[in-house]
Design a protein around this ligand. Structure first.
Ligand code: ADP
Ligand code: MG
Length: 238
């Protein structure tokens, strides 16, 4: 479903060039829970930004579900992101003055093909799945970091994206909250067959991935099935 060919991203700052991605080719299948791993500066965030249509590659191609995204105009890209992709960020990025329910609904409301009743229904449904219905009227600051991150996952999931992207979603969490967030990712991968591409540099997160792509200096240095994560997986649909 995602086909990446010879992807290169060069950042130019004055006369300095940084080759953040250096010819990456990969395929990611429907239903996979893929971990993108590697040291700081290896290109993980850059790769996720390219796949999530948040930035443009210098060269190479990305085809998602048969659509070559380099051929999309700005408006089409926005619609593609809204209808097909979901994002979870390191710092949650919730709107501070909106309640949990409003944060989740906002994302659903942007879709023009849903009525208000449907938006509300979808928001409740996902909050229920994620176990945060009892916090629906709370503001983000009244929640723990782990709960805030689970709200941001609900927000990303409310439109039932084809692909869920997460960039170091546990970076600001202690290990107990990290585990809750990772368990939730596992649940939505296994229960809803959600395709998830998650960036991490924590070794113990490997237990959750059933495939690990390792980056170094903007290149893929290994890519393979993860036995530890594969054990538990049931829903692959290659
Ligand atoms: P990671 O997420 O693995 O830590 P990044 O993708 O953020 O790595 O960065 C890869 C390389 O690209 C690093 O050398 C980083 O300094 C550089 N880089 C990232 N973003 C920019 C930018 N906006 N401008 C210039 N250089 C950047
Ligand atoms: Mg990063």
């Amino acid at each position: 479903m995602i086909e990446i060919r010879e992807l290169t991203k060069i950042y130019r700052m004055g006369s300095v060039e940084v080759r953040a991605l250096d010819g990456i080719s990969l395929e990611i299948n429907k239903g996979e829970f893929v971990g993108i791993m590697g040291a700081s500066g290896s290109g993980k965030t850059t790769l996720l930004h390219m796949l999530g249509l948040l930035d443009q590659p210098t060269s190479g191609s990305i085809v998602i579900d048969g659509t070559d995204i380099s051929l999309l105009g700005d408006y089409e890209k926005t619609m593609f992101r809204l209808y097909k992709l979901g994002y979870v960020f390191q710092d949650y990025a919730l709107v501070p003055d909106l309640t949990v329910l409003e944060n989740v609904s906002l994302s659903a409301m942007l879709r023009r093909d849903k009525t208000q009743e449907q938006t509300t229904r979808d928001s409740f449904e996902i909050l229920e799945k994620i176990g945060l219905c009892d916090r629906k009227d709370h503001l983000p600051r009244e929640l723990s970091g782990g709960q805030q991150q689970r709200v941001s996952i609900a927000r990303a999931m409310v439109n039932k994206p084809d692909i869920l992207f997460a960039d170091e979603p546990c970076a600001n969490l202690d290990s107990e909250n990290s585990r809750m967030v990772l368990d939730l990712f596992r649940e939505i991968n296994e229960g809803m067959h959600q395709t998830i591409v998650m960036v991490s540099h924590e070794d113990w997160h490997k237990d959750y991935f059933h495939r690990i792509v390792q980056l170094k200096d903007g290149k893929v240095i290994s890519d393979g099935v993860n036995i530890r994560g594969q054990d538990r997986h049931t829903g692959i649909d290659p």
